[in-house]
Design a protein. Structure first.
Length: 205
């Protein structure tokens, strides 16, 4: 029996919630005090179940996603792409809420600027036509973090949560763009969404 769009979205939200809890647990473990008053004890069943969910290499992971594009390629679609991407994030990533047309609230990080990209090599984050050519030249820099939504083109969408200032230090594409390889290095959180599920989440109304 075929799964409905609503059921797919519900299951995707479950997966994203599990990943979010896993991220929180990892951060807690990284912050372990020294010396420990006692070592935390985990149920063997938890460790056994986690062993099934080991992160795959991106090349292998691509095989698990239907070849669907979520964002529209080409100039002139920046605003509509951002709108679709924001809706997908607030419906698929637990705790993410919208503040305005280009700002979201992200759990543990607060207000984040939001932008969507389809370029294969990287993302433009500043412009010679405004004061944004230098960090601190635009009001959105004060948000501290940026959520960069990237349609990879192979059925996956990556959402990188990055501090803004370090991105400006890594601009290499025409002096105003940053390569995706460098975004990966700067990102403090990365979420992978299925493009197919994102389409369903946005169109579920």
């Amino acid at each position: 029996m075929a799964m409905s769009a609503a059921e797919r979205v519900r299951l995707s939200r479950w997966v994203n919630k599990v990943e979010s809890v896993g991220d929180e647990l990892l951060e807690l473990l990284k912050q372990a005090p020294q010396p420990l008053p006692r070592e935390p004890v985990f149920a063997p069943e938890l460790l056994e179940r986690l062993s099934f969910y080991v992160a795959k290499d991106d090349i292998d992971a691509a095989e698990d996603f239907a070849l669907v594009r979520f964002l529209t390629l080409g100039n002139g679609h920046q605003h509509s792409n951002r709108e679709r991407a924001i809706i997908a994030c607030i419906r698929m990533i637990p705790g993410v809420t919208r503040i305005d047309h280009n700002t979201v609230s992200w759990p543990s990080f607060g207000r984040c600027h939001f932008a969507a990209f389809t370029h294969l090599k990287g993302a433009m984050i500043s412009s010679t036509r405004s004061a944004s050519a230098a960090f601190g030249g635009e009001p959105w820099h004060d948000k501290g973090h940026i959520a960069m939504f990237r349609d990879v083109g192979d059925g996956r969408c990556f959402v990188y949560l990055c501090p803004i200032e370090p991105l400006f230090e890594r601009r290499t594409i025409g002096h105003h763009g940053v390569r995706w390889e460098d975004v990966e290095k700067v990102a403090i959180k990365k979420v992978i969404l299925s493009s197919e599920r994102a389409v369903e989440a946005v169109d579920e109304d």
